[in-house]
Design a protein around this ligand. Structure first.
Ligand code: ATP
Ligand code: MG
Length: 426
């Protein structure tokens, strides 16, 4: 039976499988450092103690070769984990070519693009592996939290006939003899499910945005954490977003201490309740802070303004009551103001949401006033004819949640194979 590096104890016979992290040859003695997903373990190749043939195999291993090592585990306080293996046998399961595309120990830094070109190798760095272990825990925690809130998980199509919100940031694709698009948001589908019997739904899935600009917080394929529920107002939907966010932090705090240590991150679970401010207050605070390009009613929050607000609040916060004109047609509007809200981290926007327009006539006129054709949305609008409850919801960016949580400088760090303006492969 195979054991992991972190679970063997002195006195045991162990069989370990993994990669050759390093071979340190000191002449009379050599050390093979074996790595598996749990960590590393030292294998001692000492003449007279270990069989000569076995030493020979060990000494000649190329880095990153895949091996199986069996032998006795002994205490050794000078070893990285306090134990070492005296190998009875070393079997090479697959040897690695001697020249590696990047250094998997992380001692030699590589550019992000080189790392992404060779993600399979990059992931062997404990620090990088830690990121994706944390991502897994976050996704698990989100599902548990949503279920505890009575949500059903749904999966909606990613190939669609019409744009969710219109606009230019769409990827067209050829769909047999027609043009179709990669969906930019599950918005319309999750709303339809609110009128369907499910009432309260969530989805964790890809969204596609043909944004041309290359920034450290934009991807062309991102993961959206979407929530939508019948019979809740904006306040309640915001509180749910806050609680879901905190649940993700708590899970990482409780279950990922070793990964956080590996990444040298001191995680603080955000304090609740998050601060609230209206859009009007937000632009006033940003303008008073002396930003270079002051904002007027109707402007989107600039990156500069987001940073000024982040500095002044110092934690997560919500911006509410947005100008109607900057928010999409499906958001509930009252005169000049939209019942929309964004959740912000001091560094960037994490979520956008709102109370939704559930009255068919208002919705149709909103679609028209945004220059879109109501007929193109008939499949969606029909759901509003036969019993659509008042509802609200939001979309939270998975990559931005993780990037800000782990204090990383680029969303690409938390995506295995990012898609951006330059990168389509691997
Ligand atoms: P921004 O203004 O920052 O470009 P947005 O307002 O266009 O974002 P929304 O349509 O509100 O984005 O999407 C909801 C959330 O999904 C965002 O707050 C963000 O966390 C995430 N998101 C949207 N687009 C992207 C993207 N291109 N890359 C990464 N995350 C994204
Ligand atoms: Mg937004």
């Amino acid at each position: 039976m195979r054991q992991y590096a972190d679970e063997v104890s002195p006195g045991e016979e162990a069989t370990l499988k993994g990669w050759v992290h390093e071979v340190r040859d000191l002449g009379g003695i050599a050390f093979l450092i074996l790595r598996d997903r749990s960590g590393v373990i030292q294998v001692k190749l000492k003449e007279e103690v270990v069989d000569e043939d076995v030493i020979e195999i060990g000494r000649n291993l190329s880095r990153e070769s895949v091996v199986e090592v069996s032998g006795e585990v002994e205490e050794e306080e000078r070893a990285p984990t306090g134990v070492e293996v005296l190998p009875r046998e070393i079997e090479v399961l697959n040897s690695a070519e001697p020249e590696l595309p990047l250094d998997p120990t992380g001692k030699v830094d590589a550019e992000l693009s080189t790392r992404l070109d060779h993600r399979y190798m990059d992931l062997r760095k404990p620090r990088v592996q830690a990121i994706f272990e944390i991502r897994d825990v976050v996704q698990d925690a989100l599902r548990t939290k949503f279920h505890s809130l009575g949500c059903r998980e749904i999966n909606t199509p990613k190939i669609v006939a019409t744009a969710t919100e219109g606009g230019t940031d769409l990827f067209p694709i050829s769909y047999f003899e027609r043009e179709a698009f990669m969906n930019q948001s599950p918005q319309l589908f999750k709303q339809m499910m609110v009128s369907g019997g499910l009432e309260r739904v969530f989805e964790i899935g890809p969204i596609f945005r043909a944004e041309e600009h290359n920034t450290p917080r934009h991807l062309n394929e991102a993961t959206s954490i979407d929530f939508e529920s019948a019979f809740v107002d904006g306040e309640e939907a915001m509180e749910i977003c806050q609680d879901v966010t905190v649940a993700a932090y708590e899970a990482v705090y409780e279950r990922c201490q070793s990964q956080l240590e590996e990444m040298e991150v001191e995680l603080e679970v955000p304090e609740t309740p998050f601060e609230y401010m209206t859009y009007e207050e937000a632009i006033a605070v940003a303008n008073e802070s002396g930003i270079e390009e002051p904002l007027a009613w109707g402007d989107d929050l600039s990156t500069e303004a987001e940073h000024a607000l982040g500095d002044s609040v110092g934690g997560h916060y919500f911006v509410t009551d947005w100008p109607a004109e900057v928010k999409p047609f499906y958001v509930y509007k009252d005169g000049e103001t939209a019942a929309a809200f964004d959740m912000m981290h001091p560094r960037m926007e994490l979520m956008s949401g709102g109370k939704r327009e559930h009255r068919l006539d208002k919705l149709e006129s909103e679609i028209e006033s945004q220059g879109l054709e109501p007929e193109e949305f008939s499949y969606y609008l029909n759901a509003f004819r036969y019993g659509m409850p008042p509802h609200a919801g939001w979309g939270l960016g998975m990559e931005r949640l993780l990037t800000t949580m782990l204090d990383l400088d680029n969303v690409r760090e938390v995506v295995l194979f990012p898609r951006d303006r330059q990168r389509l492969s691997p």
